[in-house]
Design a protein around this ligand. Structure first.
Ligand code: AMP
Length: 212
């Protein structure tokens, strides 16, 4: 069973996704990271994607779906996948559903519920390792990465204007997608306002009943 993980920016989606990946030994598709990798390439596509990401806009669906398709073709047989950061709008949900159906994959969606105010508060304070890209929440007080000692910096798209655009996109474009999964009875709701450990506990208690 694959999981489609939702949460407003700053909800801890990436953090929890990586914990779940380890806990259930799943494959992990992190859309933003895949796109940032593409954006770092010295090609016209790379430059185009970089511009879009820094403005906080969504990358065109065809580009995103091509990356997902490539990932699906390489995933180990029998391994379930966590999708993080996709789908972000209805057309993308339709493309993803089609692709997953074609590959005979079953899925459920999970939302880490968090208010817009708390999301804004967390985003303006989080940092990322300039070397290995590990994300550090506002609560982390150190100046260097615990994994590789790289310098912690603010993500180039974590500026006030881009954050505003991304949160608006989540509310206007992604919320309808979440509602769609809810209407289909595929949505699991988790309280994302809690401390990291408590969110993990609630997630695992809930998912154990489905995945085991
Ligand atoms: P994230 O790391 O999830 O915050 O994503 C960073 C940026 O990558 C977003 O602001 C978008 O520009 C782009 N992006 C991530 N996921 C998607 C997606 N599913 N569709 C289109 N663009 C995306």
């Amino acid at each position: 069973m694959d999981l489609i993980l939702f949460g407003i920016q700053g909800s801890g989606k990436g953090t929890q996704g990586k914990i779940l990946k380890e806990h259930y030994d799943m494959a992990y598709f992190e859309t933003g990271a895949q796109l940032r990798k593409l954006a770092s390439e010295e090609s016209s596509l790379g430059h185009k994607v970089k511009e879009i990401i820094e403005a906080g806009h969504l990358v065109p669906n065809e580009i995103v779906m091509e990356i997902v398709e490539d990932f699906l073709s390489k995933v180990q047989d029998g391994k379930s996948i966590i999708f993080d950061g996709i789908p972000r709008k209805i057309v993308q949900a339709e493309s993803l559903a089609k692709l997953l159906d074609q590959n005979n994959r079953e899925y459920k969606a999970v939302i880490l519920d968090l208010s817009e105010e708390e999301a804004l508060n967390r985003l303006t304070k989080r940092r990322i390792c300039s070397n290995c890209k590990e994300v550090y929440p506002a609560s982390y007080k150190g100046d260097s990465c615990e994994k590789c000692e790289g310098e912690l910096v603010t993500r180039t798209d974590d500026n006030a204007e881009s954050i505003k655009v991304r949160i608006e996109a989540f509310i206007n474009e992604t919320m309808p997608v979440i509602k769609m999964y809810e209407d289909k009875g595929l949505l699991i709701k988790i309280n994302g306002e809690q401390e990291i450990d408590e969110v993990t506990k609630e997630l695992i208690e809930t998912l154990d009943k489905i995945l085991k």
